[in-house]
Ligand binder design. Structure first.
Ligand code: ADE
Ligand code: ZN
Ligand code: ZN
Length: 272
């Protein structure tokens, strides 16, 4: 997602955190964040160009084979040089493990612990953007040029940024907190019956990125790539039919981020 998508994901997660997680997170955040995770959820995008964080550049997505519409960790989770586990699913596993070790061993925090939290919050958002599990051959839609109304852009950017920005402007008074609150309302009523299962992983695992990535490529094939071949003009009919998918994906990202953090920082709490 773009900056607004990440902010909204974390604004959805924050009110769903239990107190132990809220407190642990406040301790890990830098002073300047004022206990506020959402303000830093886009930090990994801001540092991805710095040489110190070069190693994180390919952690934002996972690519799947052209037209396959399936995801397989062992086949797909690697970087462009073929190094295993370097993808968004591997990153979510790694940072979840790192934070969970930190909690269990009562280790003192260091800069890596803080960064692990920020990376985890960001990547759980990213894996819920369907084209972050998109086809390798077109760079997850980055190389699919389309028109968004009258402007030239690419399909990946439409899903990262354009949907969210248009909705913010037209429906939510350009205020990400208003959009997050509206999604939180859907979570407590319209989607209430399914929301409980969103946060659950098989075998009591804290995070299950393979499930998220599988949902992602399915949505990418059914909604993102569909009707958006190179050169297409995407307008109202694409926006109106796909926007509900974008909202649900942001909602799932927020709910799952909260569930993962609650599981990490309150290991004795029953999994919801
Ligand atoms: N962003 C940049 N490159 C990407 C890719 N190959 N897949 C998804 N998102 C990307
Ligand atoms: Zn993206
Ligand atoms: Zn990202």
């Amino acid at each position: 997602w773009g900056a607004a998508g990440h902010l909204i994901t974390c604004l959805i997660a924050e009110p769903l955190l239990y107190e132990p997680a809220e407190n642990a997170i406040a301790k890990l955040l830098p002073e300047s964040a004022n206990g506020n995770l959402a303000s830093l959820c886009n930090w990994p995008d801001e540092v991805r160009w710095m040489s110190k964080y070069k190693w994180t550049r390919e952690l934002h997505w996972v690519n799947t084979p052209d037209q396959d519409c399936k995801y397989d960790y062992n086949r797909d989770c690697h970087d462009s040089l073929g190094r295993k586990d370097v993808c968004v699913a591997g990153a979510i596993n790694k940072f979840t493990q790192q934070l969970s070790d930190y909690t269990k061993n009562h280790t003192t925090k260091n800069q890596n612990t803080t960064e692990a939290l920020l990376f985890l919050a960001h990547f759980v958002g990213d894996i819920h953007q369907p084209l972050h599990a998109g086809f390798r051959s077109d760079g997850g839609g980055n190389n699919v040029s389309v028109h968004w109304y009258r402007r030239k852009t690419n399909l990946h950017n439409v899903w990262d940024t354009e949907f969210v920005e248009k909705a913010l402007k037209e429906k939510f008074n350009s205020d990400p907190t208003v959009m997050a609150d509206s999604i939180l309302n859907n979570i407590t009523d319209q989607w209430a019956s399914e929301v409980d299962s969103w946060g659950l992983c098989r075998n009591n695992k804290l995070a299950c990125p393979d499930t998220y990535a599988t949902e992602g490529i399915n949505l990418a094939c059914r909604w993102a790539y569909k009707g958006a071949t190179p050169g297409t003009t995407l307008g109202d009919s694409y926006y109106i039919s796909r926007f509900p998918i974008v909202e649900r994906s942001l909602a799932k990202g927020g709910v799952r981020l909260a569930a993962i953090l609650n599981g990490i920082f309150d290991p004795d709490a029953p999994q919801r």
